[in-house]
Design a protein around this ligand. Structure first.
Ligand SMILES: CC(C)(COP(=O)(O)OP(=O)(O)OC[C@H]1O[C@@H](n2cnc3c(N)ncnc32)[C@H](O)[C@@H]1OP(=O)(O)O)[C@@H](O)C(=O)NCCC(=O)NCCS
Length: 175
Protein backbone atom coordinates (compact mmCIF):
# COMPACT_ATOMS: atom_id res chain seq x y z
CA UNK A 1 0.00 0.00 0.00
CA UNK A 2 1.27 3.51 -0.89
CA UNK A 3 2.15 5.35 2.31
CA UNK A 4 1.12 8.77 0.98
CA UNK A 5 -1.14 10.18 -1.72
CA UNK A 6 -1.80 13.72 -2.89
CA UNK A 7 -5.17 15.23 -1.92
CA UNK A 8 -5.84 15.98 -5.60
CA UNK A 9 -5.73 12.27 -6.44
CA UNK A 10 -9.08 11.80 -4.71
CA UNK A 11 -10.81 14.80 -6.35
CA UNK A 12 -14.24 13.84 -7.68
CA UNK A 13 -16.90 15.83 -9.50
CA UNK A 14 -20.51 14.71 -9.92
CA UNK A 15 -23.15 16.60 -11.89
CA UNK A 16 -26.91 16.10 -11.57
CA UNK A 17 -29.98 17.88 -12.86
CA UNK A 18 -32.89 18.41 -10.45
CA UNK A 19 -35.84 16.55 -11.99
CA UNK A 20 -39.46 16.45 -10.77
CA UNK A 21 -38.86 13.16 -8.96
CA UNK A 22 -36.10 14.83 -6.86
CA UNK A 23 -38.28 17.64 -5.48
CA UNK A 24 -40.68 18.41 -2.66
CA UNK A 25 -44.11 19.98 -3.21
CA UNK A 26 -42.50 23.45 -3.49
CA UNK A 27 -40.46 22.27 -6.49
CA UNK A 28 -37.23 22.46 -4.50
CA UNK A 29 -34.66 19.67 -4.26
CA UNK A 30 -35.41 17.30 -1.34
CA UNK A 31 -32.75 17.45 1.37
CA UNK A 32 -32.52 13.66 1.49
CA UNK A 33 -31.76 13.46 -2.23
CA UNK A 34 -28.96 16.00 -1.84
CA UNK A 35 -27.52 14.06 1.13
CA UNK A 36 -27.59 10.89 -0.96
CA UNK A 37 -25.63 12.59 -3.75
CA UNK A 38 -23.19 14.00 -1.15
CA UNK A 39 -22.68 10.54 0.32
CA UNK A 40 -21.99 9.07 -3.12
CA UNK A 41 -19.55 11.76 -4.30
CA UNK A 42 -17.70 11.62 -0.96
CA UNK A 43 -17.55 7.82 -0.95
CA UNK A 44 -15.99 7.88 -4.43
CA UNK A 45 -13.28 10.32 -3.21
CA UNK A 46 -12.59 8.08 -0.19
CA UNK A 47 -12.38 5.01 -2.45
CA UNK A 48 -9.96 6.80 -4.79
CA UNK A 49 -7.74 7.69 -1.85
CA UNK A 50 -7.76 4.30 -0.17
CA UNK A 51 -8.43 1.89 -3.04
CA UNK A 52 -10.66 0.09 -0.56
CA UNK A 53 -14.30 -0.53 0.22
CA UNK A 54 -15.42 2.39 2.38
CA UNK A 55 -18.35 2.94 4.74
CA UNK A 56 -19.83 6.22 5.93
CA UNK A 57 -18.96 6.74 9.60
CA UNK A 58 -20.39 10.23 10.04
CA UNK A 59 -21.72 13.32 8.31
CA UNK A 60 -21.11 16.63 10.05
CA UNK A 61 -24.01 19.02 10.48
CA UNK A 62 -25.54 20.07 7.17
CA UNK A 63 -27.80 23.10 7.08
CA UNK A 64 -30.12 23.92 4.22
CA UNK A 65 -29.98 27.69 3.96
CA UNK A 66 -31.00 28.08 0.35
CA UNK A 67 -33.34 25.92 -1.73
CA UNK A 68 -32.11 24.36 -4.96
CA UNK A 69 -34.77 24.71 -7.63
CA UNK A 70 -36.29 22.26 -10.09
CA UNK A 71 -34.24 22.33 -13.29
CA UNK A 72 -31.03 23.53 -11.60
CA UNK A 73 -27.81 21.74 -12.39
CA UNK A 74 -26.13 20.61 -9.18
CA UNK A 75 -22.39 20.05 -9.09
CA UNK A 76 -20.86 18.23 -6.14
CA UNK A 77 -17.08 18.30 -5.69
CA UNK A 78 -15.29 16.18 -3.12
CA UNK A 79 -11.75 15.58 -1.97
CA UNK A 80 -10.12 13.76 0.95
CA UNK A 81 -8.71 16.41 3.30
CA UNK A 82 -6.82 14.13 5.70
CA UNK A 83 -6.52 10.48 6.56
CA UNK A 84 -5.92 9.10 10.04
CA UNK A 85 -5.59 5.35 10.63
CA UNK A 86 -8.53 3.78 8.81
CA UNK A 87 -10.68 6.91 8.56
CA UNK A 88 -10.68 9.72 6.03
CA UNK A 89 -12.31 13.13 6.24
CA UNK A 90 -13.87 14.21 2.93
CA UNK A 91 -14.78 17.81 2.07
CA UNK A 92 -17.79 18.34 -0.19
CA UNK A 93 -18.81 21.55 -1.91
CA UNK A 94 -22.13 21.88 -3.69
CA UNK A 95 -23.08 24.47 -6.30
CA UNK A 96 -26.43 25.03 -8.00
CA UNK A 97 -26.55 26.52 -11.45
CA UNK A 98 -29.48 27.97 -13.36
CA UNK A 99 -28.00 27.69 -16.83
CA UNK A 100 -30.65 29.69 -18.76
CA UNK A 101 -30.35 32.51 -16.19
CA UNK A 102 -26.52 32.24 -16.10
CA UNK A 103 -26.43 32.12 -12.28
CA UNK A 104 -24.34 29.82 -10.12
CA UNK A 105 -24.23 29.74 -6.31
CA UNK A 106 -22.43 27.65 -3.73
CA UNK A 107 -25.21 26.18 -1.62
CA UNK A 108 -23.53 23.71 0.73
CA UNK A 109 -20.20 22.77 2.24
CA UNK A 110 -19.87 19.67 4.40
CA UNK A 111 -17.46 17.14 5.86
CA UNK A 112 -18.17 13.42 5.84
CA UNK A 113 -16.00 10.73 7.42
CA UNK A 114 -15.44 7.36 5.77
CA UNK A 115 -13.70 4.28 7.10
CA UNK A 116 -11.85 1.87 4.81
CA UNK A 117 -12.73 -1.72 5.59
CA UNK A 118 -11.63 -5.17 4.48
CA UNK A 119 -13.96 -7.87 3.08
CA UNK A 120 -15.11 -8.65 6.63
CA UNK A 121 -15.97 -5.02 7.40
CA UNK A 122 -12.92 -4.62 9.64
CA UNK A 123 -11.23 -1.16 9.56
CA UNK A 124 -7.98 -1.17 7.59
CA UNK A 125 -5.11 1.32 7.34
CA UNK A 126 -5.18 3.99 4.60
CA UNK A 127 -2.42 6.14 3.04
CA UNK A 128 -1.62 9.58 4.46
CA UNK A 129 -2.82 12.67 2.57
CA UNK A 130 -0.29 15.14 1.17
CA UNK A 131 -1.85 18.60 0.73
CA UNK A 132 -0.37 20.85 -1.98
CA UNK A 133 -2.48 23.99 -2.41
CA UNK A 134 -3.18 26.64 0.25
CA UNK A 135 -6.81 25.45 0.47
CA UNK A 136 -5.73 21.82 0.86
CA UNK A 137 -3.25 22.86 3.59
CA UNK A 138 -5.98 24.73 5.47
CA UNK A 139 -8.41 21.82 5.23
CA UNK A 140 -5.65 19.42 6.34
CA UNK A 141 -4.77 21.58 9.36
CA UNK A 142 -8.39 21.89 10.51
CA UNK A 143 -9.14 18.20 10.09
CA UNK A 144 -7.65 17.09 13.40
CA UNK A 145 -9.74 19.59 15.33
CA UNK A 146 -12.92 18.56 13.47
CA UNK A 147 -12.10 14.86 14.06
CA UNK A 148 -11.76 15.39 17.79
CA UNK A 149 -15.00 17.38 17.95
CA UNK A 150 -16.99 14.68 16.13
CA UNK A 151 -15.45 11.88 18.17
CA UNK A 152 -16.25 13.69 21.43
CA UNK A 153 -19.84 14.25 20.26
CA UNK A 154 -20.09 10.57 19.26
CA UNK A 155 -18.78 9.66 22.73
CA UNK A 156 -15.78 7.94 21.16
CA UNK A 157 -13.26 10.30 22.73
CA UNK A 158 -13.07 11.79 26.22
CA UNK A 159 -13.30 15.60 26.15
CA UNK A 160 -10.08 15.80 28.17
CA UNK A 161 -8.23 13.89 25.40
CA UNK A 162 -9.38 16.35 22.72
CA UNK A 163 -6.33 18.58 23.03
CA UNK A 164 -6.99 20.35 19.72
CA UNK A 165 -10.28 21.69 21.09
CA UNK A 166 -8.66 23.27 24.11
CA UNK A 167 -8.21 26.64 22.39
CA UNK A 168 -11.80 26.70 21.05
CA UNK A 169 -13.52 26.08 24.36
CA UNK A 170 -10.75 27.57 26.47
CA UNK A 171 -10.64 24.33 28.44
CA UNK A 172 -8.05 23.69 31.06
CA UNK A 173 -7.54 20.00 30.30
CA UNK A 174 -5.11 19.58 33.17
CA UNK A 175 -7.94 19.90 35.71
C1 LIG B 1 -17.47 2.90 10.99
C2 LIG B 1 -17.10 1.52 11.56
C3 LIG B 1 -16.40 0.68 10.50
C4 LIG B 1 -16.18 1.75 12.75
O1 LIG B 1 -15.91 0.47 13.26
P1 LIG B 1 -15.37 0.25 14.76
O2 LIG B 1 -15.36 -1.19 15.03
O3 LIG B 1 -16.08 1.16 15.69
O4 LIG B 1 -13.88 0.64 14.57
P2 LIG B 1 -12.90 1.56 15.40
O5 LIG B 1 -13.41 1.94 16.76
O6 LIG B 1 -11.58 0.90 15.29
O7 LIG B 1 -12.89 2.89 14.51
C5 LIG B 1 -12.38 2.85 13.21
C6 LIG B 1 -12.32 4.27 12.72
O8 LIG B 1 -13.62 4.81 12.60
C7 LIG B 1 -13.64 6.09 13.17
N1 LIG B 1 -14.99 6.36 13.62
C8 LIG B 1 -15.81 5.54 14.27
N2 LIG B 1 -16.97 6.17 14.54
C9 LIG B 1 -16.87 7.40 14.03
C10 LIG B 1 -17.74 8.52 13.98
N3 LIG B 1 -18.97 8.50 14.52
N4 LIG B 1 -17.30 9.65 13.38
C11 LIG B 1 -16.08 9.70 12.82
N5 LIG B 1 -15.20 8.66 12.84
C12 LIG B 1 -15.61 7.53 13.44
C13 LIG B 1 -12.66 5.98 14.32
O9 LIG B 1 -12.24 7.27 14.75
C14 LIG B 1 -11.54 5.19 13.68
O10 LIG B 1 -10.74 6.06 12.91
P3 LIG B 1 -9.15 5.82 12.75
O11 LIG B 1 -8.95 4.36 12.42
O12 LIG B 1 -8.73 6.69 11.63
O13 LIG B 1 -8.52 6.20 14.05
C15 LIG B 1 -18.38 0.77 12.08
O14 LIG B 1 -18.97 1.52 13.13
C16 LIG B 1 -19.39 0.54 11.01
O15 LIG B 1 -19.27 -0.37 10.21
N6 LIG B 1 -20.45 1.37 10.98
C17 LIG B 1 -21.50 1.27 9.98
C18 LIG B 1 -21.07 1.95 8.68
C19 LIG B 1 -22.19 1.97 7.70
O16 LIG B 1 -22.82 0.98 7.46
N7 LIG B 1 -22.46 3.17 7.15
C20 LIG B 1 -23.57 3.36 6.33
C21 LIG B 1 -24.70 3.81 7.18
S1 LIG B 1 -26.22 3.08 6.75
Amino acid sequence: MAKKKFARESATIMTEMVLPNDTNTLNNLMGGRLMHWMDVVAAIAAQKHSNRIVVTASADSISFKQPIKLGNVVTLESKVTRAFNSSMEVYIEVTAEDIPASTKITTHRAFFTFVAVDQNGKPIEVPEVVPETAEEEELFEGALRRRQLRLVLAKRMKPEDAVELKSIFNLDITK
